[in-house]
Design a protein around this ligand. Structure first.
Ligand code: CA
Length: 221
């Protein structure tokens, strides 16, 4: 999952980036509103964490522009402003939820999962295609009739990308995009390596290769 982190306080941004990477997210980080709009125009994200008080266009304006373009990107506002008006302003401008700083990382991650779940229209937190189950809260995957196995950060990120779109073929570039953020070095065979590791844990036919096109997991039913 690829996250855009928009936060101008370098210490908070650094800490959040580390925590999100530990939670298997590919993270791109920008420090002002104009850079956020540039990033949103050039890259597909699964979620944005947005500070409201930002230089060069504040968070509410970023949000308004995003929604004006018709984007349904899940947005979680993180703000030091704890005034009721600011929170209402953020929600009215199109935020899906908000957190007031300071907050615990565990709560941030839980709220991110909840926002993604609501946006996908699914009541259940667990991704399930009938063959495989993947739990975003524990990073455990389970093949039908077998014991659950714990996935590494990048194994989880890759399988999550496939499980969120069962039946769709994702190319190498699309998978790399969901696993690696800006500035993270991608080895040339990184995707194959992760697929190999996942198949060893979950069974060789858990992830299908479509020659020349990419990889997929089966669609339920
Ligand atoms: Ca700020």
């Amino acid at each position: 999952m690829r996250v855009l982190l928009v936060e101008d306080d370098a210490m908070i941004a650094e800490a959040l980036q580390g925590a999100l990477k530990d939670a298997s997210c590919a993270v791109d980080r920008v420090g002002d509103g104009a850079a956020a709009l540039d990033a949103l125009a050039g890259q597909h994200y699964d979620l944005m964490l947005l500070d409201l008080g930002l230089p060069r266009r504040d968070g509410v304006e970023v949000l308004r522009r995003l929604r004006e373009r018709g984007s349904a990107l899940p947005v979680l506002v993180i703000t030091a402003r704890d005034g009721l008006e600011d929170r209402i302003g953020g929600l009215d401008a199109g935020a899906d939820d908000y957190l007031v700083k300071p907050f615990e990382v565990a709560e941030l991650l839980a709220r991110m999962r909840a926002v993604l779940r609501r946006k996908s229209g699914s009541a259940s937190p667990v991704l399930d295609n009938g063959e495989l189950r993947l739990d975003p809260a524990t990073h455990e995957a389970c093949r039908q009739g077998r014991e659950a196995v714990l996935l590494s950060r990048r194994e989880f990120a890759l399988l999550q990308a496939l499980m969120r779109r069962p039946g769709a073929i994702l190319s190498r570039a699309e998978l790399e995009d969901r696993v690696y953020g800006w500035g993270e070095e991608v080895e040339s065979n990184a995707v194959e390596f992760l697929i190999h590791a996942l198949r060893r844990k979950l069974g060789s036919d858990a992830i299908r290769n479509v020659r020349g096109a990419g990889w997929m997991v089966a669609k339920a039913g």
